[in-house]
Design a protein around this ligand. Structure first.
Ligand SMILES: [Zn+2]
Length: 64
């Protein structure tokens, strides 16, 4: 489930590169190397994205 989400770095907010998505990393390489803390604001945004994805009907269904 998680791998279908649009993942972004929880520190700088940039979109994650493919390899990082597969490992479900919370931060990009740059932020991990520099030890950047996770942004509370971005963590909330990520949670919101996940909630929206759960509510949405499966792809392929037509809106009636
Ligand atoms: Zn980052």
């Amino acid at each position: 489930m998680l791998r279908n989400l649009e993942l972004f770095c929880l520190s700088c907010g940039r979109e994650m590169a493919g390899p990082l998505r597969r490992t479900a990393s919370l931060r990009c390489h740059d932020c991990r190397e520099s030890g950047e803390p996770i942004s509370f604001e971005l963590a909330l945004r990520a949670r919101k994205v996940a909630e929206i994805r759960v509510i949405e009907p499966p792809a392929g269904r037509t809106a009636a």
